[in-house]
Design a protein around this ligand. Structure first.
Ligand code: PBG
Length: 327
Protein backbone atom coordinates (compact mmCIF):
# COMPACT_ATOMS: atom_id res chain seq x y z
CA UNK A 1 0.00 0.00 0.00
CA UNK A 2 0.91 3.69 -0.38
CA UNK A 3 3.63 4.94 -0.28
CA UNK A 4 5.25 1.61 -1.31
CA UNK A 5 2.74 0.91 -4.08
CA UNK A 6 3.08 3.84 -6.45
CA UNK A 7 1.35 3.15 -9.77
CA UNK A 8 2.77 6.31 -11.33
CA UNK A 9 6.31 4.88 -11.12
CA UNK A 10 5.46 2.69 -14.12
CA UNK A 11 4.11 5.58 -16.13
CA UNK A 12 7.30 7.55 -16.64
CA UNK A 13 7.97 8.29 -20.30
CA UNK A 14 10.69 5.73 -20.93
CA UNK A 15 9.20 2.92 -18.82
CA UNK A 16 5.65 3.15 -20.13
CA UNK A 17 6.34 1.80 -23.65
CA UNK A 18 7.98 -1.40 -22.37
CA UNK A 19 4.97 -2.13 -20.16
CA UNK A 20 2.31 -1.64 -22.81
CA UNK A 21 -0.01 -4.66 -22.69
CA UNK A 22 -1.75 -4.29 -26.04
CA UNK A 23 -0.21 -3.52 -29.39
CA UNK A 24 -1.78 -3.35 -32.81
CA UNK A 25 0.26 -5.03 -35.53
CA UNK A 26 -0.06 -4.12 -39.17
CA UNK A 27 -1.12 -7.72 -39.82
CA UNK A 28 -4.17 -7.21 -37.56
CA UNK A 29 -5.71 -4.62 -39.86
CA UNK A 30 -8.14 -5.30 -42.70
CA UNK A 31 -8.85 -2.58 -45.28
CA UNK A 32 -12.47 -2.38 -46.51
CA UNK A 33 -12.68 -1.32 -50.19
CA UNK A 34 -15.71 -0.32 -52.27
CA UNK A 35 -15.50 -1.25 -55.95
CA UNK A 36 -18.07 0.29 -58.30
CA UNK A 37 -18.67 -1.28 -61.71
CA UNK A 38 -20.10 1.95 -63.15
CA UNK A 39 -17.05 4.11 -62.45
CA UNK A 40 -13.96 4.83 -64.51
CA UNK A 41 -12.22 6.90 -61.86
CA UNK A 42 -12.29 6.96 -58.04
CA UNK A 43 -15.18 8.88 -56.49
CA UNK A 44 -15.21 10.20 -52.90
CA UNK A 45 -17.88 8.96 -50.46
CA UNK A 46 -19.32 12.06 -48.79
CA UNK A 47 -20.63 10.30 -45.67
CA UNK A 48 -17.19 8.75 -45.05
CA UNK A 49 -14.54 11.46 -45.55
CA UNK A 50 -11.30 10.02 -46.91
CA UNK A 51 -12.98 6.90 -48.35
CA UNK A 52 -13.54 6.29 -52.07
CA UNK A 53 -15.48 4.11 -54.40
CA UNK A 54 -12.98 2.70 -56.87
CA UNK A 55 -13.35 1.41 -60.41
CA UNK A 56 -12.06 -2.10 -61.12
CA UNK A 57 -9.21 -0.49 -63.06
CA UNK A 58 -7.88 1.10 -59.84
CA UNK A 59 -7.48 -2.22 -58.03
CA UNK A 60 -3.88 -2.81 -59.10
CA UNK A 61 -2.78 0.55 -57.78
CA UNK A 62 -4.81 0.31 -54.58
CA UNK A 63 -3.49 -3.20 -53.86
CA UNK A 64 0.07 -1.96 -54.31
CA UNK A 65 -0.58 1.04 -52.06
CA UNK A 66 -2.08 -1.20 -49.34
CA UNK A 67 0.86 -3.58 -49.61
CA UNK A 68 3.43 -0.73 -49.56
CA UNK A 69 1.87 0.44 -46.30
CA UNK A 70 2.69 -2.97 -44.82
CA UNK A 71 -0.92 -4.16 -44.75
CA UNK A 72 -1.83 -7.62 -45.93
CA UNK A 73 -5.62 -7.96 -46.12
CA UNK A 74 -8.53 -6.26 -47.88
CA UNK A 75 -12.31 -6.77 -47.62
CA UNK A 76 -14.19 -6.12 -50.86
CA UNK A 77 -17.68 -4.70 -51.34
CA UNK A 78 -19.08 -4.47 -54.86
CA UNK A 79 -21.54 -2.05 -56.38
CA UNK A 80 -22.89 -3.55 -59.63
CA UNK A 81 -23.95 -1.78 -62.81
CA UNK A 82 -27.51 -2.96 -62.43
CA UNK A 83 -29.71 -4.41 -59.68
CA UNK A 84 -32.65 -6.81 -59.84
CA UNK A 85 -34.87 -8.84 -57.50
CA UNK A 86 -32.64 -11.92 -57.65
CA UNK A 87 -29.19 -10.25 -57.32
CA UNK A 88 -28.01 -11.83 -60.57
CA UNK A 89 -24.95 -9.58 -60.87
CA UNK A 90 -23.66 -10.85 -57.52
CA UNK A 91 -22.51 -14.22 -58.89
CA UNK A 92 -21.59 -13.20 -62.43
CA UNK A 93 -18.11 -14.49 -63.22
CA UNK A 94 -17.36 -11.06 -64.68
CA UNK A 95 -19.08 -9.21 -61.86
CA UNK A 96 -17.43 -6.30 -60.09
CA UNK A 97 -16.05 -8.23 -57.10
CA UNK A 98 -14.94 -11.19 -59.22
CA UNK A 99 -12.96 -8.85 -61.48
CA UNK A 100 -11.55 -6.91 -58.55
CA UNK A 101 -10.34 -10.11 -56.86
CA UNK A 102 -8.49 -11.15 -60.02
CA UNK A 103 -6.91 -7.70 -60.43
CA UNK A 104 -5.69 -7.61 -56.83
CA UNK A 105 -4.30 -11.14 -56.99
CA UNK A 106 -2.48 -10.27 -60.21
CA UNK A 107 -0.95 -7.14 -58.69
CA UNK A 108 -0.08 -8.54 -55.25
CA UNK A 109 -0.39 -12.35 -55.22
CA UNK A 110 0.23 -12.59 -51.47
CA UNK A 111 -2.56 -10.16 -50.53
CA UNK A 112 -5.26 -11.79 -48.41
CA UNK A 113 -8.44 -11.08 -50.33
CA UNK A 114 -11.67 -11.29 -48.35
CA UNK A 115 -15.01 -10.81 -50.11
CA UNK A 116 -18.26 -9.70 -48.53
CA UNK A 117 -20.93 -12.24 -49.43
CA UNK A 118 -24.32 -10.56 -49.38
CA UNK A 119 -26.97 -9.49 -51.84
CA UNK A 120 -27.96 -6.07 -50.49
CA UNK A 121 -25.83 -4.12 -52.96
CA UNK A 122 -27.27 -6.21 -55.83
CA UNK A 123 -31.00 -6.34 -55.11
CA UNK A 124 -33.40 -3.67 -56.31
CA UNK A 125 -35.17 -3.72 -52.90
CA UNK A 126 -31.87 -3.51 -50.99
CA UNK A 127 -32.44 -6.50 -48.71
CA UNK A 128 -29.73 -9.10 -48.16
CA UNK A 129 -31.27 -11.98 -50.18
CA UNK A 130 -34.52 -13.14 -51.75
CA UNK A 131 -37.63 -11.36 -50.52
CA UNK A 132 -41.15 -12.80 -50.46
CA UNK A 133 -44.41 -13.05 -48.55
CA UNK A 134 -44.40 -14.50 -45.05
CA UNK A 135 -46.97 -14.77 -42.28
CA UNK A 136 -45.79 -11.36 -41.14
CA UNK A 137 -45.79 -9.62 -44.49
CA UNK A 138 -43.00 -9.12 -47.02
CA UNK A 139 -39.64 -10.17 -45.57
CA UNK A 140 -36.26 -11.72 -46.31
CA UNK A 141 -36.81 -15.45 -47.01
CA UNK A 142 -34.21 -17.57 -45.23
CA UNK A 143 -33.83 -20.92 -46.98
CA UNK A 144 -34.50 -19.67 -50.53
CA UNK A 145 -31.68 -17.13 -50.04
CA UNK A 146 -29.11 -19.74 -49.04
CA UNK A 147 -28.66 -21.00 -52.59
CA UNK A 148 -27.96 -17.43 -53.70
CA UNK A 149 -25.25 -17.12 -51.01
CA UNK A 150 -23.72 -20.42 -52.14
CA UNK A 151 -23.49 -19.11 -55.69
CA UNK A 152 -22.00 -15.77 -54.63
CA UNK A 153 -19.44 -17.42 -52.34
CA UNK A 154 -18.31 -20.02 -54.89
CA UNK A 155 -17.99 -17.40 -57.64
CA UNK A 156 -15.76 -15.33 -55.34
CA UNK A 157 -13.69 -18.40 -54.48
CA UNK A 158 -13.41 -19.22 -58.17
CA UNK A 159 -12.09 -15.71 -58.86
CA UNK A 160 -9.41 -16.31 -56.23
CA UNK A 161 -10.73 -14.94 -52.94
CA UNK A 162 -8.89 -16.45 -49.95
CA UNK A 163 -11.73 -15.84 -47.51
CA UNK A 164 -15.46 -15.38 -48.10
CA UNK A 165 -17.36 -13.33 -45.55
CA UNK A 166 -21.12 -13.89 -45.44
CA UNK A 167 -22.83 -10.85 -43.88
CA UNK A 168 -26.50 -11.60 -44.53
CA UNK A 169 -27.35 -13.04 -41.07
CA UNK A 170 -29.31 -15.97 -42.53
CA UNK A 171 -29.75 -19.06 -40.39
CA UNK A 172 -27.54 -21.88 -41.66
CA UNK A 173 -25.50 -19.67 -44.00
CA UNK A 174 -22.12 -20.96 -42.85
CA UNK A 175 -23.01 -24.66 -43.15
CA UNK A 176 -24.59 -24.05 -46.53
CA UNK A 177 -21.62 -22.12 -47.94
CA UNK A 178 -19.10 -24.59 -46.45
CA UNK A 179 -20.83 -27.49 -48.20
CA UNK A 180 -21.09 -25.58 -51.50
CA UNK A 181 -17.40 -24.62 -51.40
CA UNK A 182 -16.29 -28.15 -50.55
CA UNK A 183 -18.50 -29.68 -53.25
CA UNK A 184 -16.89 -27.47 -55.90
CA UNK A 185 -13.33 -28.10 -54.82
CA UNK A 186 -12.77 -24.96 -52.73
CA UNK A 187 -11.96 -26.77 -49.53
CA UNK A 188 -9.13 -24.35 -48.82
CA UNK A 189 -11.26 -21.20 -48.93
CA UNK A 190 -11.88 -19.86 -45.43
CA UNK A 191 -15.18 -18.53 -44.12
CA UNK A 192 -15.09 -15.41 -41.99
CA UNK A 193 -18.66 -15.19 -40.77
CA UNK A 194 -20.30 -11.94 -39.76
CA UNK A 195 -21.43 -14.21 -36.97
CA UNK A 196 -22.62 -11.62 -34.46
CA UNK A 197 -24.07 -8.74 -36.40
CA UNK A 198 -26.41 -6.32 -34.71
CA UNK A 199 -29.26 -4.33 -36.29
CA UNK A 200 -27.35 -1.09 -35.84
CA UNK A 201 -27.98 2.53 -36.73
CA UNK A 202 -24.22 2.87 -37.12
CA UNK A 203 -24.30 1.32 -40.62
CA UNK A 204 -25.91 4.53 -41.94
CA UNK A 205 -22.92 5.97 -43.85
CA UNK A 206 -22.13 2.54 -45.39
CA UNK A 207 -25.52 2.43 -47.04
CA UNK A 208 -24.58 5.53 -49.02
CA UNK A 209 -21.10 4.14 -49.69
CA UNK A 210 -22.34 0.78 -50.97
CA UNK A 211 -25.70 1.99 -52.29
CA UNK A 212 -27.37 -0.69 -50.16
CA UNK A 213 -30.24 1.19 -48.50
CA UNK A 214 -33.56 -0.68 -48.55
CA UNK A 215 -36.80 0.33 -50.26
CA UNK A 216 -39.08 -0.97 -47.46
CA UNK A 217 -38.79 -2.27 -43.90
CA UNK A 218 -35.45 -2.58 -42.11
CA UNK A 219 -33.03 -5.33 -41.14
CA UNK A 220 -34.41 -6.04 -37.66
CA UNK A 221 -35.95 -9.36 -38.75
CA UNK A 222 -32.50 -10.80 -39.48
CA UNK A 223 -29.90 -8.81 -37.54
CA UNK A 224 -29.60 -9.04 -33.74
CA UNK A 225 -31.31 -6.71 -31.27
CA UNK A 226 -28.51 -4.63 -29.66
CA UNK A 227 -30.04 -5.38 -26.26
CA UNK A 228 -29.47 -9.16 -26.45
CA UNK A 229 -26.19 -10.45 -25.07
CA UNK A 230 -26.95 -14.18 -24.82
CA UNK A 231 -28.47 -14.28 -28.29
CA UNK A 232 -25.39 -12.49 -29.65
CA UNK A 233 -23.02 -15.09 -28.20
CA UNK A 234 -25.21 -17.99 -29.35
CA UNK A 235 -25.12 -16.66 -32.94
CA UNK A 236 -21.32 -16.96 -32.96
CA UNK A 237 -21.40 -20.38 -31.25
CA UNK A 238 -23.72 -21.68 -33.98
CA UNK A 239 -21.45 -20.39 -36.77
CA UNK A 240 -18.47 -22.01 -35.05
CA UNK A 241 -20.38 -25.32 -35.01
CA UNK A 242 -21.34 -24.86 -38.68
CA UNK A 243 -17.66 -24.64 -39.66
CA UNK A 244 -16.73 -20.95 -39.67
CA UNK A 245 -12.97 -20.29 -39.55
CA UNK A 246 -13.16 -16.75 -38.21
CA UNK A 247 -15.95 -15.10 -36.18
CA UNK A 248 -16.90 -11.43 -36.16
CA UNK A 249 -18.56 -8.85 -33.96
CA UNK A 250 -20.14 -5.90 -35.74
CA UNK A 251 -20.25 -3.08 -34.85
CA UNK A 252 -17.28 -3.57 -32.55
CA UNK A 253 -16.69 -0.41 -30.51
CA UNK A 254 -20.07 -0.28 -28.80
CA UNK A 255 -20.07 -4.04 -28.23
CA UNK A 256 -16.78 -4.70 -26.41
CA UNK A 257 -18.52 -6.86 -23.79
CA UNK A 258 -19.75 -9.15 -26.57
CA UNK A 259 -16.37 -9.11 -28.31
CA UNK A 260 -14.60 -10.15 -25.10
CA UNK A 261 -17.02 -13.03 -24.61
CA UNK A 262 -16.78 -14.27 -28.20
CA UNK A 263 -12.99 -14.12 -28.05
CA UNK A 264 -13.14 -16.97 -25.52
CA UNK A 265 -14.97 -19.38 -27.86
CA UNK A 266 -11.77 -20.68 -29.43
CA UNK A 267 -11.82 -19.26 -32.96
CA UNK A 268 -10.08 -16.09 -34.13
CA UNK A 269 -12.42 -13.12 -33.96
CA UNK A 270 -12.60 -9.96 -36.03
CA UNK A 271 -14.00 -6.67 -34.75
CA UNK A 272 -15.60 -4.48 -37.41
CA UNK A 273 -15.33 -0.77 -36.69
CA UNK A 274 -18.26 0.25 -38.88
CA UNK A 275 -18.96 3.26 -41.04
CA UNK A 276 -20.82 5.19 -38.33
CA UNK A 277 -18.01 4.73 -35.82
CA UNK A 278 -15.56 6.01 -38.44
CA UNK A 279 -17.82 8.89 -39.48
CA UNK A 280 -18.30 10.07 -35.87
CA UNK A 281 -14.57 10.42 -35.31
CA UNK A 282 -14.07 12.04 -38.71
CA UNK A 283 -16.92 14.54 -38.25
CA UNK A 284 -15.81 15.58 -34.77
CA UNK A 285 -12.20 15.90 -35.96
CA UNK A 286 -13.24 18.08 -38.91
CA UNK A 287 -14.80 20.47 -36.39
CA UNK A 288 -11.73 20.46 -34.22
CA UNK A 289 -13.66 18.77 -31.40
CA UNK A 290 -11.51 15.67 -31.22
CA UNK A 291 -7.92 14.75 -32.16
CA UNK A 292 -8.39 12.35 -35.06
CA UNK A 293 -5.19 10.34 -34.84
CA UNK A 294 -5.30 9.82 -31.09
CA UNK A 295 -9.02 9.02 -31.10
CA UNK A 296 -8.71 6.58 -33.99
CA UNK A 297 -5.73 4.74 -32.50
CA UNK A 298 -7.40 4.62 -29.09
CA UNK A 299 -10.56 3.14 -30.61
CA UNK A 300 -8.55 0.45 -32.41
CA UNK A 301 -6.38 -0.36 -29.39
CA UNK A 302 -9.51 -0.91 -27.30
CA UNK A 303 -10.83 -3.44 -29.83
CA UNK A 304 -7.56 -5.35 -29.59
CA UNK A 305 -7.58 -5.16 -25.78
CA UNK A 306 -11.12 -6.55 -25.69
CA UNK A 307 -9.96 -9.58 -27.67
CA UNK A 308 -10.10 -8.83 -31.39
CA UNK A 309 -7.47 -10.75 -33.36
CA UNK A 310 -8.36 -8.86 -36.52
CA UNK A 311 -9.69 -5.33 -36.93
CA UNK A 312 -11.69 -4.22 -39.94
CA UNK A 313 -11.48 -0.44 -40.08
CA UNK A 314 -11.75 2.42 -42.55
CA UNK A 315 -8.80 3.93 -40.66
CA UNK A 316 -6.55 1.00 -41.66
CA UNK A 317 -4.40 2.83 -44.20
CA UNK A 318 -3.96 5.93 -42.02
CA UNK A 319 -3.39 3.80 -38.93
CA UNK A 320 -0.65 1.85 -40.71
CA UNK A 321 1.26 5.08 -41.25
CA UNK A 322 0.70 6.24 -37.66
CA UNK A 323 1.76 2.91 -36.16
CA UNK A 324 4.97 2.84 -38.16
CA UNK A 325 5.76 6.42 -37.04
CA UNK A 326 5.21 5.49 -33.40
CA UNK A 327 7.58 2.54 -33.44
C1 PBG B 1 -24.17 -6.00 -45.60
C2 PBG B 1 -23.19 -5.17 -44.87
C3 PBG B 1 -23.42 -3.97 -44.19
C4 PBG B 1 -22.19 -3.56 -43.68
C5 PBG B 1 -21.24 -4.50 -44.07
N1 PBG B 1 -21.88 -5.50 -44.78
C6 PBG B 1 -24.64 -3.15 -44.08
C7 PBG B 1 -25.87 -3.67 -43.46
O1 PBG B 1 -25.92 -4.73 -42.85
O2 PBG B 1 -26.87 -2.96 -43.61
C8 PBG B 1 -21.97 -2.32 -42.87
C9 PBG B 1 -20.56 -1.91 -42.71
C10 PBG B 1 -20.38 -0.54 -42.18
O3 PBG B 1 -21.33 0.16 -41.74
O4 PBG B 1 -19.22 -0.10 -42.19
N2 PBG B 1 -23.68 -6.42 -46.84
Amino acid sequence: MFPVRRMRRSRSRNIQPILRQTRIHLSDLIVPLFVDHALDKPSPISSMPGQMRYPVSSMREVAEEVSDKGLSAVLLFGIPKSKDDAANAAYDENGVVQQAVRQIKKAVPGMVVISDVCACEYTSHGHCGIVGETRNGTDLLNDPSLDLMNRIATSHAEAGADIVAPSCMLDGMVASIRTALDDRGFGETLIMSYSTKFASAFYGPFREAADSGFSFGDRTTYQIDPANRREAVLESELDLAEGADILMVKPAGLYLDILAEIATLGLPVAGYQVSGEYAMIKAAAERGWIAERAAALESLTCLKRAGADLIITYFARDAAGWLVEEQ
